[in-house]
Design a protein around this ligand. Structure first.
Ligand code: UGA
Length: 414
């Protein structure tokens, strides 16, 4: 976009990797973007705030705000960052919060800055990000909108200028509205997913096919072709679950009982358990079963296992006394560490399925669409496939001699 950027992290290993042109996580297009900007000296990475902050016109705070003990957001890292940045800010600088923070937080940050640095002349801006893992570069460069929350109009329009070259709609509002917009977007997405999962559960009991239902819904312009209505074992990740909990906490803190938000979570929490229910319908003795779970990450084509519904499935299977083999095509050391206590990790789908009574697809990794079903069936003790993400065609699976169970679909095979 033409800006010069100095990025700071407290992790020296991560900073070294980034200065070498490599992101410390998987994100399509990001390594190329970093390398290009390192070459043109537009970006640098450091552990030293002193190298980054004193010359900056804008300081973007992008630290995590994970779920705290009561489901509310833990803001300790944000306040720590502000405390460290405060004394180094140059007059007229903008402090821009990109982290997801409960309504009222940015106003409190501004008060803290004013108290600690009465002469600082800096403005606090709320500028929530809407990036999806796996699409972050594209979502950033081609956003549907940019939200700028500011307590004064001049600071708001200066922050908006940062995004001028993107040519997208920029909504400038007050701090509180910007903060709530982020939660509203994630709560809406989560609501769509729990809604369709509930419809899928009704479809299963009535013989309807949820995939035809979603095909029809996508064509309704009031719902839309990009609507979050793919049913499955529930939503996960580091954002949707924690943001709904934080919004519930905010609502309750303001004396409002958010019944719909709680219902979104209740449907989502029950979705992974349904996999054990399917097995109970097919097998009399669960404790003698061995099953393979394909996909451990919270969604397809990422390796992130934070709040992954696939991990919940594995835990529920273990609680039912079932032995679990697991495979994830993108597993790294973190994934291995998370899974090794509750499942036996395998190098590929066929090794994981060997000797198993059922295979469960738990994340929609692209490579699962190309599974060699004959090869899979040959190594299994019985041909049962539970497709927790509806990635395979039920007729094809049944033709390969499997009993097929999908989410919200009629049963196929014996
Ligand atoms: C989500 C939002 O989509 C981003 O807009 C937001 O910026 C981000 O959270 C954040 O707050 O930082 P992300 O967590 O990367 O992004 O994940 P999504 O792609 O939205 O998927 C979330 C979960 O919903 C996954 O477990 C996915 O499998 C599930 N999902 C998604 C469904 O079950 N059905 C759908 O139709 C869509």
């Amino acid at each position: 976009m033409g800006h010069r950027v100095c990025a700071v992290d407290i992790d020296a290993g991560r900073v070294a990797e980034l200065n070498g042109g490599k992101a410390p996580f998987f994100e399509p297009g990001l390594d190329e973007m970093i390398a290009r900007n390192l070459d043109s000296h537009r970006i640098s990475f450091t552990t030293e705030l002193r190298e980054a902050v004193p010359n900056a016109d804008a300081v973007l705070l992008c630290v995590p705000t994970p779920a705290g003990t009561n489901g509310d957001a833990d803001l300790s890292m944000l306040y720590a960052a502000l405390r460290d940045v405060g004394p180094l800010l140059k007059p007229g600088a903008l402090v821009i919060t990109r982290s997801t923070v409960p309504v009222g937080t940015n106003a409190l940050l501004a008060i803290q800055l004013r108290q600690e640095h009465p002469d600082a002349d800096v403005a606090v801006i709320s500028n929530p990000e809407f990036l999806r893992e796996g699409h972050a570069v594209d979502d950033f460069m081609r956003p549907e909108r940019v939200i700028i929350g500011a307590a004064d109009a001049d600071a708001g329009s200066r922050a908006a200028k940062l995004y001028d070259t993107l040519g997208c709609q920029i909504i400038i509002t007050d701090l509180e509205t910007a903060e709530i917009t982020k939660y509203a977007a994630n709560a809406y997405l989560a609501a769509s997913i729990s809604f369709i999962n509930e419809i899928a559960n009704i479809c299963e009991r009535t013989g309807a096919d949820v995939t035809k239902v979603t095909e029809a819904l996508h064509l309704d312009r009031r719902i839309g072709e990009h609507a979050y209505i793919e049913p499955g074992i529930g939503f996960g990740g580091s954002c949707l679950p924690k943001d709904i909990s934080a919004l519930v906490s905010t609502a309750e803190g303001h004396g409002y009982d958010p019944t719909l938000l709680k219902a979104i979570m209740a449907v989502n929490d029950s979705q992974p358990k349904r996999i054990v229910g399917y097995l109970r319908e097919l097998f009399t003795d669960l404790s003698s079963l061995k099953v393979a779970v394909l996909g451990i990450s919270f969604k397809g084509d990422t390796f992130d296992v934070r709040s992954s519904p696939a991990m919940s499935v594995i835990r529920h299977l273990g609680d039912a006394g079932i032995r679990v083999h697991a495979f994830d095509p993108m597993a790294d050391r973190t994934v291995e560490m998370c899974v090794s206590a509750i499942a036996e990790l395998h190098e590929d789908a066929y090794s994981a399925a060997t000797g198993c009574d059922a295979v469960i697809i738990a994340s929609e990794h692209s490579e699962f669409r190309m599974l060699d079903l004959q090869r899979l069936g040959k190594v299994m003790a019985s041909r049962v496939l539970i497709d927790g993400r509806n990635v395979l065609d039920p007729a094809t699976v049944a033709e390969a001699g499997f009993s097929h169970i999908g989410i919200g679909r009629a049963r196929r095979g014996d």
